[in-house]
Design a protein around this ligand. Sequence first.
Ligand code: DAT
Ligand code: MG
Length: 139
Amino acid sequence: MATNRTFTMLKPDSVEKGYIGAILEKINAAGFKIVAMKMTQMTTADAETFYAVHNERPFFGELVEYMTRGPIVAAILEKENAVEDFRALIGATNPADAAEGTIRKLYAASMGENAVHGSDSDENAAIEGFFHFSGREQF
Ligand code: DAT
Ligand code: MG
């Protein structure tokens, strides 16, 4: 059964470029409720663990460098059908392939620096949410 929650990160490029407010506005306008949120910076060990599924891929080193180079905004979002609807809101992994009006189309520079994360399943949404937030930080 869908839990109706997903996990997101506004990645270092979004924070560096001053896009936090604009991206949160899109998230609110799409009907997501923020039920946890903080600014934090991932350590190398954090990023290696969070993206462990990609650790054999050629881009893994660059991904870890990018995700640790500055602060991110981590959040848990609530909405009916949250995982699927949020993936639709952010658009394709490569912004060149992302649909018009999606967050990655509007704010991402490249495949490697693609502005936002969105969980790909209910199971991963829960795992990723608890990676960044304790139970008492999830409202
Ligand atoms: P998504 O973030 O859309 O779920 P993913 O889980 O396949 O995409 O990959 C995680 C991140 O790794 C992605 O946001 C950007 C980076 N990445 C994926 N494929 C890449 C590639 N071919 N070259 C560079 N970076 C890539
Ligand atoms: Mg993914």
